[in-house]
Design a protein around this ligand. Sequence first.
Ligand code: PLP
Length: 420
Amino acid sequence: MSQAPDAAPRPTANMFDVEAVRAEFPILAQEVNGRPLVYLDNGATSQKPRRVIDAIRRYYESDNANVHRGLHALSGRATDAFEGARDTVRAFLNAADRREIVFVRGATEGLNLVAQGWVRPRLGPDDEIVVTTMEHHSNIVPWQLVCRQTGARLRVVPIHDDGTLDMEAFAGLLNERTKVVAVAHVSNALGTINPVREIIAMAHDVGAVTVLDGAQAAPHGAVDVQALDCDFYVFSSHKCYGPSGMGVLWGRAERLDEAEPYQGGGDMIRTVSFEESTWNDLPYKFEAGTPNIAGAIGLGAAIEFVTALGMDAIAAYEHEVLEYATEALGEMGGIRIIGTAPEKAGIVSFVVDGVHPHDVGTIADQNGVAIRAGHHCAMPLMRRYRVPATSRASLALYNTRADIDALVAGLHKVKEIFDR
Ligand code: PLP
């Protein structure tokens, strides 16, 4: 997934067999409240295919050992599998160098690492960090912390009513004080795909460093960090069919070399004395302590799974289901979709007239349909739309039109109950 305007034409949607894909996800074959499970909360976390579960089980059953440390066979196998996953992630992001792939706990930790490791030591009271109104709290609060620590100022790009960024306002915010531009590649609460190449180029023109939050982008389309030309990119494994507690920070080698270590401990050092310690090479300088070995192996298996299906095919398929969902909800009446940008990923946020989103979520659940209701960790965005919360259906590669039909049936139930 690069960006809207110059994106490649979408391939046709039926490039993979969705029923065969669904069969790979054991959790989907269950009933909830007497109805077949319809899982539409993939923005929060995705389900895991059998091969990811198997890869993790295999590791614990036959290869479990610490990495980079032991001379014995199991440690060698664990290290090979762990480092193999790094190679898989490198290819997934088209990073130039495997040293640029840092394993972290998730997108949140990746953003905090950049904020504290690279940004904080370089910022002073005259500097500015630019974020947007649609950011997840994970791409707001780490920058607020840095602002508090350094005296720098947070600037916020407004959005239009349809959920697209106000690019004119963005241009107006950029100046020689702008040191960092941190933007969601895809909004978790609106689905907007931001014009990130343009954003990155504009930020670089004023000498700012660019940080992309790819938590909602990486699972749903091809990401090429070299083509994007950003400085840092983060995503979470658990939204990408991999295990939780795992994520990736990609950073340009030059930037990672400049950054201070984020945490101290084993593996991140070259030498330690009581007078002074020196740091390990990239990426280990940022991977203090025993890493999430099974997590990396599981993520590697997840990425192999999605790349075998084809990221462009996944994007095209999910887009088709998104269009179906948008139309179906639009036809119902009494439903307002929040986020109607022309370029969207598979997220439909909505409010039902006169019904609290939590009630919508509860009634949907009674019909076996899992959606999210709340502020989606985007309180400033909720304020922008003057709503306390929204209901959100978020798609993954295993969702079908039948899933949307089940959601619509649940929403008719909501209306029946509240129209009484
Ligand atoms: N950024 C966005 C856009 C998200 O949607 C999320 C999670 O919902 C995050 C960051 C944080 O991800 P995690 O909690 O996996 O660190």
